[in-house]
Design a protein around this ligand. Structure first.
Ligand SMILES: Nc1ncnc2c1ncn2[C@@H]1O[C@H](COP(=O)(O)OP(=O)(O)O)[C@@H](O)[C@H]1O
Ligand SMILES: [Mg+2]
Length: 400
């Protein structure tokens, strides 16, 4: 008994997005739409043909002909639904074949088979892509990390150059002072010579003075050279106090010029930390210039308030860490921007004054020492930045 007119059934099957083959108990095709299929290469109606006639054609189309053999075997003998994914011979298509035996409810005999073939190429390709993606993920992450490191390094380097530019007046002053001393000594010697009073006893100590002033200049220049060099990424034992004192040497004149006083509370028994000297200096310079800006900003906004602009440097040991604090008497950080401070390019300063990379770079540098950087702030009173770096030799097993 036909529930549906054969022609209507054919239309339904034709309209289906899948390839459908309805076989009778003997394996003759009752209804199918496989003539549409490019894979199965048949342009005429397949009604009444035996499924075996397609065996050869299927085998030729598929990458693994043995699978077709097995499928026909299953088809003949199986009692339940069966499905399998087949790959086309050139590997550019995947088909899921579902074989559904049909059983008579009255007699329990197998009265036919419904074969549904779905094109799963896209899904399979996605699966393969996903698979290789997962396999390559580690490599990709490594690659990206390397790229980011490179960019970070470039950014850090340009940040450093900007710092040097800003420090130029202070540095020039640092160099000018010994040059001025040398000039004075030379003038004095010339005068003594003119008066015929230039004795060996006078000359020798003056030459020694000149030498020590020249040494002072070479030290500054060496320091500048080191500072402008790119970071090596190699951690060594360094003294935080020395780092703070060194940057102060570079910035002293500059801060004096801005009427900023400086106080030090440096623990003289401070343990060494594992860090890189120049990048650590850069962090202190960034924090110091930020402190300066915050205090100048506060001053310009509150011209009627008389408050000493002061930067405090404080170092101490806490557990397995060395802590360094840089404190200012600026206006503090408003609550609504507090969680943005370490974001790259976040700045509240006008164009040309702020780049917004100082704290982002500092954060990266301190993290590369396995340390932490955070801040406490009170609006209208000031801000304290706190750096925490592990004491050298504390964590040998993990760091090597
Ligand atoms: N000591 C401080 N007091 C108040 N605000 C600060 C302080 N340090 C940083 N900030 C805020 O964080 C922002 C980002 O700082 P930074 O990354 O160094 O970039 P930049 O100094 O170029 O603006 C600053 O623009 C400022 O708003
Ligand atoms: Mg800054």
């Amino acid at each position: 008994m036909n529930l549906v007119e054969p022609q209507i059934l054919q239309s339904i099957v034709n309209a289906s997005g899948e390839y459908i083959i309805l076989l009778d108990a003997e394996g003759y095709i009752q209804v199918s739409n496989i003539q549409r299929s490019l894979v199965f290469h048949t342009d005429s109606s397949t009604k009444g043909m035996h499924i075996d006639q397609f065996r050869q054609s299927f085998q030729e189309q598929m990458k693994n002909p043995i699978q077709i053999e097995a499928l026909f075997e299953k088809y003949a003998t199986m009692k339940e639904r069966y499905s399998e994914v087949l790959e086309t011979v050139n590997g550019d298509g995947f088909f899921m074949v579902k074989i559904n035996p049909i059983w008579s409810q009255d007699s329990g005999d197998r009265i036919g088979t419904l074969v549904v073939v779905s094109d799963v190429t896209e899904m399979k390709k996605l699966e393969i892509e996903l698979h290789s993606y997962a396999e390559n993920l580690e490599g990709m992450i490594e690659e990206r990390t390397k790229e980011i490191r490179k960019k970070d390094a470039v950014l850090a380097q340009s940040g450093k150059m900007a710092t040097l530019g800003e420090m130029a007046t202070g540095i020039a002053h640092e160099i000018n002072q010994p040059l001025y001393s040398i000039s004075l000594i030379v003038q004095g010697l010339k005068k003594a010579q003119d008066k015929g009073k230039l004795t060996d006893g006078l000359l020798m100590p003056k030459l020694e003075d000149v030498e020590s002033q020249i040494q002072r200049i070479s030290k500054i220049i060496l320091h500048l050279k080191n500072f402008s060099r790119s970071s090596t990424g190699v951690l060594e034992k360094v003294c935080m106090n020395a780092s703070i004192r060194d940057i102060f040497k570079m910035m002293k004149e500059h801060l004096q010029l801005k009427n900023i006083s400086v106080v030090f509370h440096l623990d003289e028994a401070l343990p060494l930390v594992m860090a890189e000297y120049v990048p650590l200096e850069q962090v202190f310079i960034n924090l110091t210039t930020n402190a300066r800006d915050a205090m100048e900003d506060y001053e310009s906004k509150h011209p009627d308030i008389c408050r000493q602009k002061q930067i405090g440097y404080h170092t101490y040991k806490e557990g397995e860490y060395v802590i360094a604090e840089v404190e200012d008497t600026g206006g503090g950080v408003p609550e609504e921007i507090q969680d943005k401070l370490f974001e790259p390019f976040f700045t509240t300063k006008e164009v040309g004054k702020g780049t917004g990379i100082g704290l982002a770079i500092s954060y990266g540098i301190i993290k590369s020492f396995q340390g932490d950087i955070d801040f406490k702030t009170i609006l209208g009173e000031g801000t304290l930045f706190r750096i925490r770096i592990p004491i050298a030799g504390q964590d040998k097993e993990h760091s090597s």
